[in-house]
Design a binder for this molecule. Structure first.
Ligand SMILES: [Cu+2]
Length: 114
C-alpha cells in the first residue's frame, strides 16, 4: 500500500517538474511608447515562438510564456530588436529604430542615462 503512494508521488513530482521545464514564463524589459508599439512588440514575440505575450506600456515589461523546446528568451528579444525595440539584453539597430513610426520613436535606453 505504501509503495503505491510513493509511486504516485514520484509520478506526480516528475509530471510537474517536466511540465514546468517545458513551459516558461519570463519578464523582459522592452522600451517603447504607445499602443502601436505594444502591438508590434507582442507580435514580434509571438512570431519568435512565444505562446502568449503581453507588454505593459507603463512598466515597459513584457511578460512572455513559451515552450523551451520552441524558443528562448534570446530569440524573442532578437525578434523584438529586429522590429525596432530595445530590450534589456539586445538593442535595436539604428536602422530598425529609424523605421518605426514617428510616434513610436521612444526615448532610447542610452538616452535615459544621465
Ligand atoms: Cu508606438
Amino acid at each position: 500500500m505504501k509503495m503505491k503512494y510513493i509511486g504516485l508521488f514520484t509520478a506526480l513530482t516528475l509530471f510537474f517538474s517536466v511540465n514546468s521545464f517545458a513551459q516558461k514564463t519570463e519578464e523582459i524589459k522592452v522600451w517603447g511608447n504607445c499602443g502601436m508599439c505594444k502591438k508590434t512588440i507582442e507580435a514580434a514575440a509571438v512570431k519568435a515562438g512565444a505562446k502568449t505575450a503581453n507588454w505593459n506600456k507603463d512598466s515597459k515589461v513584457l511578460s512572455v510564456e513559451f515552450k523551451e523546446k520552441k524558443t528562448d528568451i534570446q530569440k524573442i528579444q532578437q525578434a523584438i530588436a529586429n522590429a525596432g525595440y530595445d530590450t534589456q539584453d539586445i538593442a535595436a539597430t539604428a536602422e530598425a529604430y529609424g523605421n518605426l513610426a514617428e510616434c513610436c520613436q521612444y526615448p532610447r535606453k542610452g538616452a535615459e542615462k544621465k
